[in-house]
Every structure is written in C-alpha cells, then in structure tokens.
Write a protein that binds this ligand. Sequence first.
Ligand SMILES: Cc1ncc(COP(=O)(O)O)c(C=O)c1O
Length: 344
Amino acid sequence: MTSKFIRPNVAAMAGYVPGEQPQDRRYIKLNTNENPYPPSPRVIEAVRAAAGDDLRLYPDPMANAVRDRAAQRYDLARDNILVGNGSDELLSLILRACIGPQDRVVYPCPTYSLYDTLVDIQEGEIVRVPYPSDFQLPSGLVEARGRVTILCHPNSPSGMPVPIEKIETLARSLEGLVVVDEAYVDFSAQSALPLLRKLDNVLVLRTFSKSFSLAGMRIGLAFGAPPLIAELLKVKDSYNVSRTSIAAAAAALDDYSWMTENVARICRTRGRLIKELRARAFSVLDSQTNFVLARRPGVSLEPLYRQLKERGVLVRYFATPELFDALRISVGTDAEIDALLAAL
Ligand SMILES: Cc1ncc(COP(=O)(O)O)c(C=O)c1O
C-alpha cells in the first residue's frame, strides 16, 4: 500500500473533481463557466512576443507588471496585490498560511466545492452553513466563529450576489479573516474591493479565467492589506506565474474595454437564457454571473444532463442532495444558447 507514505488526511480525501474538460470530441461547452468569446488580440500579441528567447529566464517572482496595472485599475497600491497561478492557487496559499489542524473554516453552502478539498489538506475543520432555497446569506456565520470565513460573491452555483453591507457587517463582527471570492464579480453590480479601505481582515480574490477569457493562462489576483499580502508571499512558489501569463494579464488589463464589452454581451444573452428557461418550466434565480442555475424542484436532472451531453451540449450536473434537481449552465454565445434551447 503506497498510501502508507501519505498523510492520513490526504489518503482519506476523495480529491477535487473538476468539471469535465473533454479532449476527445467537440461539445457546446457550457459546463465550466469559460468565456465564449476570445481574449483580446492585444493579449494574443503579448503572449506571442513573450514566447521568445527570454523564456530561458525565470519570470519576475512578484509579477510587478501585473500588480502595477491592477493597482492603477482598482485604485490600490502594488503592496495590496498578489498575483497567482489562477485564483485556485490563491485560495490554496491563503489556507496554507492561515489554517492548521482543527482550525475552523466557515462558508455558506452549496458553494465552490474546492474549498472543502483545500481545508481537508490543511486538516482544518469545515463548518458549512446551509443557504436557504432563495440563496440569501444565511444567519449563523458569525456564531460559527471561523478563523477563516469564505464568501463566494456572487456565489457558484447559485449565481446570487452577497450584499456588500452584509459582508462588511460580517467582517466587523468576526475576529477571523473574511475571504471574498469574486471570480464572477465582473458580471455583477458591486464588488467588495472598497471594503479594503476600511477593514484589514478582508481579502478579495479575482480571476482572469472568466470575464477576461483567459482560463487557459491561469491568472488570479488577491487584494488585501499589505501586511497580509506580505505573509501570503512567504508561502507561494517563487516563480508561480509564468512569463507568458504575466504578459497576458498585463495586456488584458491594458485592454480593459475588450473585457467589459464581452461581459455586456454575455449579460444580454444571460437575460434571454433565463427568460427561455423559465418559459420551459425551470425555476431560475436572477444570476449575476456568467452562468445560471436551472431547477426542477424535487426532480433529478441527471437524465437531462446525459441527454444533453448525447446531443453535444455539456452542462454541469452536481450529484449532491442539495443540487440533484439542478443544472448549472454557462452563458455561451447566442448561437450556443439557441443550440441548447433546441436540444432541451
Ligand atoms: C467560485 C470560483 N472561484 C475560483 C475559481 C477558480 O478560478 P481560476 O481559474 O482563477 O483558478 C472558480 C473556477 O471555476 C470558481 O468558480
């Protein structure tokens, strides 16, 4: 048994199962919330330029070209920002730096299930506070007294935002750290970033994988008080972001309107998708993300997920007691959504 070499908590873990990334046939891929539109041509140009002789050299360990542009864009300082190999890496760094055996990590559920895996690696204690069916922020988060509390805003898989005032009240009531995972915030109305001016126990995470169409480059940003960012730096790999990723992220921030125009298109398509799904007797929340959660309360949607897959449309099905009657559908192009609706 090779597992004797492995820490018992790791051996006992199932491991995170990411959404399917089929490499065999082409699907209309609406299962992992990628952007259906390509990245900015300026990003492609910058990646091509970075893919030259300089690849023999290590990248800037701090990715300062990205930090400086992000500081300007979000009206913060370089020291407020840490660049990660996707926001998944940043979540991992935060838990590695903050959580040891039995330390409590609290989050409302269902949410992004990678949090479970990352806490298990640290041997922390997970406290899940259930969301009600309308996905409004539940009470009990303060009482759970997390060393770290994670809020996914807007949440996956519900698509529902957390009001910023509620995040502020929560952070003021807790002694622990509040991590706001804003992977989808560019598709919503309000960010928690302004809270960083008032509170030093809040970290905000962003990703370039969704709104900036760069899931393949693996870039994320963490924003927080400089002393907190300095501690996280200690536990990151020296060269966590590649030269090509640094070039891509810097160029993406330089061509910000490319992103906002794509986001506007996706939000228009989202409105149409929600209307059409409701007309087909699905119950659908008013998503503020680039996906929607379509439900038939009490009815398993696994057969529908399989039938859609057979017809070449891939959506996300979660085989859990809370979500067995739901499909999470990423907002694709108008043509992709037409194909989904025809298949339905
Ligand atoms: C809520 C949430 N946070 C973080 C991530 C990870 O994003 P990244 O690609 O930046 O690692 C995802 C990806 O789907 C997500 O849904």
